[in-house]
Design a protein around this ligand. Structure first.
Ligand code: SAM
Length: 332
């Protein structure tokens, strides 16, 4: 995947999705893009293209994903490439800057960040050329000090837009979080820091015309609700050692990423689908039990082992909704 190619693989389905989004109020749509079979991974593929899902309006949770046919327990429903990803700041030298794969060799290919392959380096060329022009130390330090990870995703999207490999409205179709005045003030500070860093790097105002306070807060509001924290489940012995070391440093996640289709999955405290990452940022959506045609597919956004009140509080604070899944309604 070249840097352009990578995003273009999404740009075309994304355009289709955005176009169809306009029709969504009146009807639903069936997904006809991006899925793979998994014979090589020893998984039972549900069936080849297209994935057996459609996005439609639910009764009480906005849009959701529904099965277009029965799906067997353990089946791979579909895979998804990220639209946007960024490694955890403490793992910049040990996790691929593009696909978040953990480094298994001690050979250092790049001084500042690590790319696991020529392919990932190629994919990153567009945004990384822009990123390299600037000194991000103050911006990154601000994120580190405040424990913020999402501004890094906005920074990456801004650099992708500047390099021409993404459109500034790429995430517009996703649901935004509602923001408190306090959050907006903090976001505006981060925006100032991002814009200042790019200006100092010689990026001209007309190139950055899209980069307004409104754009920054709008993108961050979408990332807040739709970003996934990436924890890899597969990999080598070295990966296990690294993730053990990372958890000691309270950084069990290799990074964060935003996807298109997975963003339409609603939450359930007793989900029928889960999302897994084996050795890089590519997501796999798998059925946890048998699913009937037209049943809504839901994943769990949080740690489902928490008690009822803790789950409700976390979902309300993090995602702004009161969960009314069957498990919550039963008081469990
Ligand atoms: C990642 S989005 C899921 C897709 C979203 N429904 C849409 O229309 O784009 C998360 C948002 O969906 C809604 N949602 C997800 N699960 C829900 C649930 N169990 N109960 C109520 N609302 C839910 C909430 O508004 C939440 O902030």
């Amino acid at each position: 995947m070249s840097p352009i190619g990578c995003f273009r693989r999404w740009a075309s389905p994304l355009k289709k999705l955005q176009h169809k989004h306009k029709l969504l109020i009146a009807s639903s749509f069936t997904i006809t893009t991006t899925t793979t079979t998994t014979a090589d991974k020893g998984e039972k593929p549900s069936r080849p293209f297209p994935p057996p899902i459609r996005v439609s309006l639910t009764e009480s949770a906005g849009r959701g994903v529904f099965a277009t046919r029965s799906i067997g327990s353990g089946d791979l429903i579909h895979t998804a490439k990220s639209l946007l990803s960024h490694p955890s700041l403490s793992l910049l030298h040990t996790v691929c800057y593009f696909c978040l794969r953990i480094k298994t060799t001690s050979i250092s290919i790049d001084q500042a960040v690590f790319f696991c392959s020529e392919e990932c380096r190629e994919h990153s060329k567009g945004f990384y050329e822009i990123e390299k022009k600037a000194d991000w130390s103050a911006f990154d330090e601000q994120c580190r000090m405040r424990g913020l990870k999402y501004p890094l995703l906005v920074k990456r999207l801004a650099c992708m837009v500047l390099s021409g490999i993404a459109s500034s409205d790429s995430l517009d179709i996703l649901q935004p979080a509602s923001l408190s005045p306090g959050m907006i003030v903090q976001m505006e500070e981060e925006f100032g820091s991002l814009r200042y860093t790019l200006t100092k790097a010689g990026i001209m105002d007309d190139q950055m015309a899209f980069l307004t306070k409104q754009w920054y807060t709008g993108v961050l509001a979408r990332i807040r609700i739709n970003a996934f924290r990436i924890e890899l489940v597969g990999g080598s012995y070295e990966d296990l050692l690294l993730s053990a070391a990372a958890s000691v440093e309270a950084e069990a996640a290799v990074g964060n990423a935003v996807y298109m289709l997975p963003s339409f999955y609603n939450h359930d405290c007793d989900p029928n689908v889960h999302i897994v990452w084996i050795d890089n940022v590519d997501a796999r959506l798998k059925a946890l039990r048998n699913i009937e045609t037209d049943e809504e597919l839901r994943i769990c956004y949080i740690d489902a082992s928490m008690n009822h009140d803790a789950r409700q509080a976390l979902l309300f604070e993090g995602f702004g909704f009161q969960c009314n899944c069957l498990r919550c309604l039963s008081g469990d």
